[in-house]
Structures are given as C-alpha cells and as structure tokens.
Design a protein around this ligand. Sequence first.
Ligand SMILES: [Fe+2]
Length: 344
Amino acid sequence: MDEPITRARDLAYVRMQAPDLSVGEKFLEDFGLIISDRTPDTLYARGTDSPHHVYILHKGEPDCRSIAFHMHSLADLEKLHREAQATPVEKLDEPGGGHVVRLTDPHGFTVEAIFGMEELEPIDAGKALPLNIDGQRNRVGRFADVKRGASTVKRIGHLVLESKRIEEAYLWYWKHFGILRTDKVLQPSGADGMQFARLDKGLEYTDHHTIGFQLCMDGIERLQHVSFEVQNFDDVMIGHDHLASDKSYKHVWGIGRHRLGGQIYDYWKDPWGRIHEHWTDSDLLNTEYEATIQNGDGARDYWGPNQQPTISYAIQKWNLTTLSNVASLIAGAVKEKLAKGKDV
Ligand SMILES: [Fe+2]
C-alpha cells in the first residue's frame, strides 16, 4: 500500500491519569502549562497557542490513557472508522468539544483521532531578547532583564513510545496517520534502538519528530516521554531553575542540544515518574528530507552534560529484561570498539 489512510494535522494531547489532582495541577503549572478548564475529576491544560488544551489529567492510578492527533476533517474520522476499524465518530463530551474516533495501536495503546476542538485566543508570551550574536550588537541600551519563574509552554511538540516492535509500530502510524520516517538509530547489534518520525505536511516544514519509538529496556511498553515547545532559550533555562526549586521533581537529562532534532532540551519527571520535556529551536524538515540510519555515535548530542541518554531517562524499571538488554548493549559497544581498533 503506497498511501496512508489519513494524514494527521498535528499532535493534539496526551490523556494522563494521576491520583492527586492538586499535586498534578501544581506540577503542570510549575512546568509552564496553563489550566484552561476543569471538571471535578479532570484538568485541561493549554499552552500559549490556541488549542483549548494539549494535556488532560484525569484522577486515577498513574497511567497514560491515550494519545491524540488533530485531523484535517470530519471525513478523516469517518475514513478511519470505515477503513481502519476505528470506533464510530462521536462527539467529545468534555471541555474543548469536537469529535473523536479511537483506534488501538500495535502496543495496545488507545489513539484518539479528533477534529473540531475549540480554539482559544492565543496568549501573548512576549518577545525573546534581542541577542548580541555573530558580532551584531542587537541589544543596546537595555538590560537582559530575564523574568524568573516557570517556563511558558507554547504547544505540545512530540511524544515517544517505548516499544518492543519499533518497525511494526512505525508502519502502523504511517498507515493510519501518514507519519513519515525521519531518522532511525540502530543498536550496536544492528537491531532497532530508536525511530523518529514526523508529520507529512508536504513541502511545508514541520518538526524533525512528532512521534518516536524507543526500545523499551525493561520489556514494558509505555509512553516514554511527552514534550512541549517553550518560547526560547531563556525560557528553557528559567524553567529548569524553577523545577529544580521543588525537590519532588527529578531532573533526568539535559540541558543539551540534540543531534537528531536539533532542539535545546531539558527532561524532568513529574511526581509519578513520567518524563516531560521542554525544548526550543527544533530542526524543521519537509517531505524532501530522506530518512537516515544512524549508529549511537551518529546520534550523539552536539553538547550537554550527557551526550547520550542518561540511565534515568532510558531505563524506567530494573528487571531481568533490563539486565539482559543492558548486557547486550555493552557487549555490542565493546565489539564495535574492538573492531574499530583493528581498522586503525
Ligand atoms: Fe523529546
């Protein structure tokens, strides 16, 4: 099959659960999201862009209930129902409204395809500082005057799923939502380690990745992280300081600049251990980009304290599968080093 069933317009939200909504609300606000609506057992949070929400937090056991894509039309939803066994089109009976169909991906995760969510007035987050850069003096006669506090999230950017079936998962998202392969990273053994994929917007430029699939080291498939664009570099940095001031949030990776995606990034765990990322300044690609295959070295970040994923980022749980995967990664890396030594 050469054509996907539909092409998603954008990532819409993650639908998460947490047992204590007041703790959850504090985290969302400290992270830089803005509560746009609430019901007795659910919070809806937005960024400064216009979608009514980009994050839903229900009261319940810590979990990710579903992920969601914005579609171009109601006809896309009907097509997914007709051709891909999605649930019938129904009204979303919650703040923000719109219509939805639901699918189940190869991991068993629920994926919502939605159309018609309410748009709110965008929020003016102010302008980045003019920078004295490349020998240009752009900020003259004024102080940097950076505000302190939480970052200001602009929009949801991407999410990564931990997967035991990276290629199968990628092909499913391509078939149903037209997601295009960007870069693949192989383990030293040659097996899939990571797959980045982006929206198909034709010649219009879009983020390097909107969804990714990462090998689950512990054999448990789950949402690995969800990621949000913030306003600018200062916004990443002040957000880092703000989150660091609350000891219930654990810093897991960064601040650095990714080699694959180009973003300046910072990763944090919420009070239930779910990884949330701030980033700014992504690489932008269109359909003219041809997918690449990288090894670990090719994926090494440009800069940062850890230019490869940290243990607390890559490993959610230690069990026998984790130990076996770690052992095979180490063995592969040693073999690669020895082989390189022989070539010299
Ligand atoms: Fe990310």
